[in-house]
Every structure is written in structure tokens, then in C-alpha cells.
Write a protein that binds this ligand. Structure first.
Ligand SMILES: [Mg+2]
Length: 315
């Protein structure tokens, strides 16, 4: 399953111009009637890449109700909405089903990409087939991540507790997830979240992981040990290249939405990065000063408003 998918470096050319929609097109889009005319005439293919927790799903309630009409408009206009998340395949599958998305998504911080085999946007031929998906592994296997965790604790001389060392009820206590969802969060394929050790600087952990040929993403509640070539940015670039292969005559315009530093690579990989404000109503300090668009509200209302605005006023 591994191999051949490393270091995707395609980025938008700085001179690329993205045309504006006219007023008639915007009215059509606003009424949810069809894809904006100029998007079709100019051969543009917008693609929405989105984080889930705190971006599309409300930080506290995990609700996405306010985003459903916008997702429905995207579906009718054949605009892909692609989750790129730290969640596992089992966790994302349930959400994708409820949202009615096409079934293509990236999991475990861009460690693996799943393309449902009936997704007509793709013709993936060189991937492992699992259930109804083509599965592309960008990072390591879970066995390698677990082995890496043991090597990492030796390297930093501090014991580390990963999800594989914790029971479902212990994960529940740490995450506040209900039992079924904690079980899905523990059902891992590519990466290992672990509780950050006290009194060890994140930079020390990151450097030790790098020496082992792995990466650590430092989050608020957990650190994530992932493969060297995994990452939300690499996952987005791999997907964009496949969309370009599939739609060679169309101009791909990528919109990305995220709320926290682990979305930085995703936001840097898209044409239009949009920050969803955090619980405080403000963007995360590590994201807020980059000149990127900031959604007018928290998730899911802010997600819906920002996607609507982006798609009707691409400039
Ligand atoms: Mg998030």
C-alpha cells in the first residue's frame, strides 16, 4: 500500500487569477438553483477542504445543522466537500454519511486518504482496496506508530501513554466522547495520539520524533505521532493532483477551512484559506495574523457563511 506518494509539492502559481462571479451568477448560487454560470462557463472546479472539530462541527455540541443547506448546495453544484481531519476512518464515516458527502476524506492528520469507489471525481487505480474504498497511505502503519511511541519514550526518557495503552473508558475521560465514539477514536490505522508529558518542551519531543523518522504534531489535549510523509498539507496536495488529473480542462480552485494550528498545513495548501474563530469568538493566535479570511461566526454557522461567501465572491 505504501510507496510512490511522497512529498507533494504542487502549489498555486502566484500569477494565477481567479475570476469573479457576476451578479446573476451570485443570485443563482444564493437561490441554490444551480452551479454559478460563470463557474461552468469558465471551467472552474471549486473544491472545499475542511477540518471537522471546531470548524464544521460545533466545538461543544458537535452540531453541524447550520451547515447542511450549504453542503446540499455544494452537492447539487458538484462541488466536493472533503473532510481533512485528525479523526479516524470509523469516526469520519459516520459524519460523512449523516452529511451526505461524496465519501472522500483524509484521516488521522493526513496519514491516510479514503476514496469511496463510487466517487466519480476520482479514478484511483494504484491504491489498496478496503471495503468500499480505495485507501492511500501517506504515513506509517499503526504498528509502526506504536513501535515509534516506545522508541520515543526511550529517546526523551519519559513514559508516554498512547491510545493503545488506554482503555475506552480512560479515553472517554480524556476526551468527553460517548463510549461508541471513544471506541471509534481508538480504532486507529496510521497514527498514535498520546498524552503530552509534563516538563518536556514540545520542541524536544518533535526533534526526538524526527530522529526516529517520524513526526509529532503538538495539539491542545494530545500529541499525535504520525509518519514522516503524513500531514494535512500533503493529503490536500495529493487530492488536488488527482482532481487535476480528473478535470484537466477545468481550473481547480481550492478553499480550505480550519480552526487550530494543526490546520496550518491544510490552510497553506489551498488558494483560499479561511479561519473559523475558536470558542472565544476569536481566531487562534497562531492563525489570526496571517491576513487570511476569518469566518464571521463559530462553527457551524461561521463555516456555512464563509463557504457561501467564498463560492459566490471568488476573487
Ligand atoms: Mg479543529
Amino acid at each position: 500500500m505504501r510507496g510512490g506518494i511522497q512529498n507533494y509539492t504542487h502549489t498555486r502559481k502566484s500569477g494565477d487569477r481567479i475570476p469573479k462571479l457576476n451578479e446573476d451568477d451570485r443570485a443563482l448560487w444564493d437561490n441554490g438553483i444551480k452551479q454559478p454560470t460563470s463557474v461552468r462557463l469558465l471551467g472552474m472546479k471549486p473544491i472545499v477542504f475542511t477540518d471537522l472539530d471546531g470548524t464544521l462541527l460545533n466545538h461543544h455540541t458537535y452540531s453541524f445543522d447550520a451547515a447542511v443547506p450549504t453542503i446540499e448546495k455544494c452537492r447539487r453544484s458538484r462541488i466536493p466537500v472533503v473532510p481533512v481531519t485528525s479523526k479516524t476512518r470509523r469516526e469520519v464515516e459516520a459524519i460523512v454519511r449523516e452529511l451526505g458527502l461524496s465519501g472522500t476524506f483524509a484521516v488521522e492528520n493526513g496519514s491516510g486518504i479514503f476514496v469511496r469507489r463510487d466517487d466519480s471525481d476520482f479514478a484511483v487505480t494504484d491504491a489498496k482496496i478496503e471495503d468500499n474504498y480505495s485507501c492511500i497511505q501517506l504515513g506509517c502503519t499503526y504498528t509502526e506508530a506504536r513501535r515509534g511511541l516506545r522508541q520515543l519514550e526511550t529517546a526523551i526518557a519519559s513514559p508516554l501513554k498512547g491510545f493503545g495503552d488506554l482503555s475506552v473508558s480512560e479515553i472517554q475521560q480524556l476526551t468527553n466522547l460517548p463510549p461508541a465514539e471513544a471506541t471509534n477514536a481508538r480504532d486507529r490505522e496510521f497514527s498514535e495520539p498520546f498524552v503530552p508529558p509534563e516538563n518536556i518542551a514540545p520542541e524536544t519531543i518533535e526533534a526526538a520524533a524526527k530522529n526516529l523518522g517520524l513526526r509529532v504534531l503538538v495539539g491542545g489535549r494530545f500529541c499525535h505521532l504520525i509518519g514522516q510523509n503524513a500531514g494535512k498539507g500533503n493529503a490536500v496536495r495529493w487530492l488536488v493532483d488527482r482532481y487535476r488529473d480528473r478535470y484537466p480542462e477545468e481550473k481547480i480552485v481550492t478553499i480550505g477551512l480550519g480552526d487550530s494550528p494543526n490546520d496550518l498545513e491544510l490552510l497553506e495548501a489551498v488558494d483560499r484559506p479561511i479561519i473559523i474563530p475558536g470558542k472565544t469568538g476569536r481566531p487562534h493566535p497562531q492563525l489570526g495574523d496571517r491576513g487570511w479570511d476569518i469566518a464571521p461566526d463559530v462553527a457551524p454557522e461561521g463555516w456555512a457563511a464563509a463557504v457561501e461567501r467564498s463560492l459566490s465572491d471568488i476573487a
